[in-house]
Every structure is written in C-alpha cells, then in structure tokens.
Design a protein around this ligand. Structure first.
Ligand SMILES: [Zn+2]
Length: 221
C-alpha cells in the first residue's frame, strides 16, 4: 500500500466514524477529490479487507502424454508449445478450473491438469544403442516369428533385450515397447533390438542410439 492510498484509507475510516469532511493540509496528505475517490475506490476497498495470500510451492511435474501448452487456461486459446510425453516441467500454480500454470521454455503457459502427474512416470536408462531385426532366418536363425518369451513378434510392440525381464515396458523415441525377446549376446550386447515386420524396414532403421526410459512400476520387478 503506497502512502497516497494509506492516507486515503485513513481519511475514509475517519469519515466512516462520523467526522465531517476532512481537509488535508499536511504535504503528506492528498486532497480527496471525487475523481481521486473514483480512481481509488476499488483498491481501497480491497486493501481495507484483510489480504489473503494463497501460498503455492512450485514443484516439478511430468506430462503423462504429449500435450499442448496454451497461452491462456482455455481450450480456445493459442497453442504456444507442444510438450512431449514424460517431460519434466515446473508447475507454478494450483489447479484452476482444470488448468495448471507451468513454465515451458521460460514462458508461463497453461496445461490441462489431467495431463500432469507429480510422480515421475518413467526413469531414464541413459542413452542406449538400438538395432533392428525381423523374423527372417537371417535375423533370427529361424523364421516362425515367435519370440523367446513365446509371443508372436509384433511391430511397434516387440523389442529384444538381454538384461531386462520379459514384459518390461520401455519407451524408445516416444513409443512404448515390451521386452519380449532376447538376442545373440555377442551381437546384441546391451543394445535394444527393435522388431520390424520386414527385413527391409529393419535394414533402413540400421543402428541408432536414443535415451531409453523404463516405466517406474517396472523398476521394482
Ligand atoms: Zn530379417
């Protein structure tokens, strides 16, 4: 509250207690004109009431899927950023009407509350080597398409890995795969071997590397 408003609220309080119109003479006071009253009427009313400050501790949250971060907390407002799944971001407000205020690329934006979680949903395994294979005899030494865990190898789901239990869900380049197969340790090493339906697609994939994530629930297994 600045001095001008402080004086004004003091004058208003005195007026409320039945004093006749006060004429401020000190230089610390301001003359209360109808214009000034109108200008200050609302701020004074707020400041006379007890100020209520809602404290909110900023904390890190995670996107549960790829989501839009908007300029304002409404679906009609502009999409400023698209935030990938499992991104760690800072939440700066409580949920308001289903929206959370977050910081994305140093901007204050809004994401729907339902797409944010407090618990890290995944944990990074670090950058891992990636190779690709298909069900052909060149890739597998057999061609029945049945994985070491007994499932039918399926593109977009099956990944081979020699050091995680079957059934473990891993996230590679934003896609969720399930460890269903193993590979020749001399060839596969610590890499992940991603299954493709055709040998051609596997060849095109070649050798890559990417940060691989594991769903947290699976870490306990
Ligand atoms: Zn093949």
């Amino acid at each position: 509250m600045n001095l001008k408003k402080l004086c004004l609220s003091a004058i208003l309080s005195l007026t409320l207690w039945g004093f006749p119109t006060l004429e401020a003479t000190s230089t610390e006071f301001v003359r209360v004109t109808p214009e000034l009253l109108e200008e200050c009427a609302e701020p004074v009313a707020i400041e006379v009431a007890e100020e209520v400050v809602i404290e909110y501790e900023e904390h890190l949250v995670y996107t549960t899927e790829t989501v839009n971060a908007r300029e304002y907390p409404t679906i009609d407002s502009a999409v400023i950023e698209t935030v990938p799944q499992y991104t760690e971001i800072l939440r700066t407000s409580e949920e308001i009407n289903g929206w959370d205020c977050v910081i994305v690329n140093e901007q204050e934006l809004f994401i729907k509350h339902e797409y944010l979680t407090n618990e890290p949903p995944v944990k990074s395994l670090g950058v891992c080597g990636l190779t690709a294979y298909c069900a052909c005899s060149y890739c597998c030494g057999k061609n029945d398409g049945i994985t070491a865990s007994g499932t039918r190898a399926t593109q977009g789901r099956t990944v081979a890995c020699n050091w995680l239990p079957f059934g473990t869900k891993v996230i590679i380049n934003g896609e969720t795969y399930i460890v269903e197969d193993t590979g020749n340790p001399d060839v596969l090493g610590n890499n992940f071997d991603i299954y493709f339906d055709s040998h051609e697609e596997a060849k095109i994939f070649g050798r890559q590397s990417a940060e691989v994530y594991i769903e947290c629930g699976d870490l306990a297994n």
